[in-house]
Design a protein around this ligand. Sequence first.
Ligand code: NAG
Length: 210
Amino acid sequence: MRTASILAVAAALVGSTTAQYQYVRQSTNTNSPVTSATSNDLRCNVGASSGTGVQTATVAAGSTVGFALDIGIIHPGPIAVYLGKAPSTAASWDGSGANWFKIYELGATITSSAITFPASDKSSFTFKLPSSIPAGQYLLRIEHIALHSTGQPQWYISCAQLNITGGGSANPAKVSIPGYVSANDPGLTLSIYWPIVTSYKVPGPAVFSG
Ligand SMILES: *[C@@H]1O[C@H](CO)[C@@H](O)[C@H](O)[C@H]1NC(C)=O
């Protein structure tokens, strides 16, 4: 039923790829998706609610970081990346609370005959951390939502632990995970096959770009 997919992940802090799971929490769900829009496992995947034993990477606000996947993206669907401000340390935070904001997304390419997803076939993603956010400890979360099975979206997720330095005093609007998307979101429920899709909005809040 499910072909193997992605996001078991090794974090890459660009410039050098770091060791697998050095800064990324390893789930117990490596190649299976989370399938419920209301599950707490949407935060960091199954078995990854704690970061015990995982290092926290110190990076500057405004710098470019990324995730390298141990298996590239197979299924069609978007990528989104969120930062969550840890109440204390990143390693001790389970991702609960309205602390998350989106910093990057890679959606769809739509033509008159088809919708395609540029994330497909990729095995690494890089993006810039906002330069205006407050210094402190964060979880950096990547999600791929696979849409090949109409009406049954599949989330592939990983979280890295960051200690962000520099920064500013911006206060992006925050969301909770779960809660950030509704199971009825058209970006989850659509058929990517038929009828021909004419628009696509990546689920979740707008990207904070400050
Ligand atoms: C976070 O970065 C600050 C500033 O460089 C440093 O003093 C602190 O030790 C770092 N914390 C962790 C957990 O790496």
